[in-house]
Design a binder for this molecule. Sequence first.
Ligand code: UDP
Ligand code: UDP
Length: 462
Amino acid sequence: DPTMAETQTYGDRRRTPHIVLVPSAGMGHLTPFLRLAAQLSARDCRVSLLTTHPTVSAAEERHVDAFFSAFPGVRRLDLHLPLLDPSELDCADPFFLRFESIRRSAHLLPRVLADASPPVSAVIVDIVAASSYLPAVAEMGLPSYVLFTSSAAMLALCAYFPTYLATKNTFGVGDIDIPGAGRVPKSSVPMLLHDPNQLFAKQFLENGQALPKADGILVNTLHALEPEVLAALNEGKVTPDLPPVLAIGPILPEMSGEGESFSAPLAWLDRQPDRSVVYVSFGSRTAMPAEQIRELGIGLERSGLRFLWVVKSKMVDRAELEVGLEELLGEEYLAKIKDRGMVVKDWVEQAEILRHRAVGGFVSHCGWNSVTEAALYGVRILAWPIAGDQRVNAAVVARGGLGIWVEGWSWQAEEPIKAEEISERLKDLMAVEGLRAMGGAAADVGGTSYQMLTRFVESLKL
Ligand code: UDP
Ligand code: UDP
């Protein structure tokens, strides 16, 4: 209410910081922002969330709408993105193209925030938009923060990459030794960073260079999982001029209902024994080639285990309707496994699935949100990274005791990983009892992550 805001005293403003959140494209980036918005609201902050239209995936649109219904107190700020000519950018990934149009919209921010009330205390931007948004926010005289949506290991790579490129004496990108934070072998460096002309590589470099302009960096990780890397970042070893790095993860998921099984996968899980089911999913935007889908299907069947498998054959969910499960796996296969396995091709409530007592293991591509959710609920991971930051994250999983990673399953593999090998690894995964839920402990009241986020909010009141 603007009239109330106008009469608000300085004292009120001190008590209630107003935080503007700027997420970017794709569920992997939207999800942690929605969770952070909910957490900040719960700490008595005023929260405004920038939204862009139309979203790349249908899942983003649904989740944004559901979020505003559930949190009517959060203000929606609409940003109309400038049109891009994709042919000028030479990039086939619709999510990276959307990153670019968000990056090119920073000049619109002052107009969007002009009527924000109460006055804005800070702006938190997605890492992907850092290089254009941090200067724009500074120009408005406001503090700016980055939310890093991947691991601290990946943050170290992002922060160090500009120095690496400037000082390396090899042709191309090789192993990267990050001071204080260990080595990222060439085979784990995101594929797109090997070609400096790729749109993603340019964005990554510019965003890394911009990090020192932020007043702080919030990372969706927890201290207990990445203590050395977090220390190296904060001691200035990785790069000397970084602002404070705060480990605020795992940012807690919103749960739709307490113990209520409102979807077919959850209802199916209710009928399975404790810790007996392998949950298989490669996130919201990783499509698997048809041949690999078939091998994985046979591997799951041969393992003799119970499984809940989310099949994804298209990068953008809106295209998923074009192919059916029967077409990908065959009626015969589906009939054969139906007593032991559930296969779906729709969006599932992953956090609720990982929290379910029947789930005992998780075959994951190691998108960082998936890793944090597994850590939170104590589900062991079989890491099967496919692209992007996923091999860097898989190394964190293996090092941090969250699960196993078969490093030989290279993402460059020309041949699909064979069913026999998959089924052996699945058995290895399920042979070990569950983890302790270290993420849950950190985000609980009094845990390290909870304290970090509380400290951050307190700092905005000063
Ligand atoms: N997710 C989900 N249901 C699905 C697919 C994904 O709830 O069917 C959620 C998942 O729990 C996670 C996010 O979407 O929070 C995906 O992010 P992640 O970083 O794991 O991977 P990405 O999709 O970005 O590759
Ligand atoms: N990232 C970054 N700097 C950038 C863009 C992305 O550090 O300029 C990080 C970000 O956390 C992202 C990861 O790099 O999750 C790898 O990106 P990926 O190719 O997996 O795409 P995603 O689907 O995660 O956006």
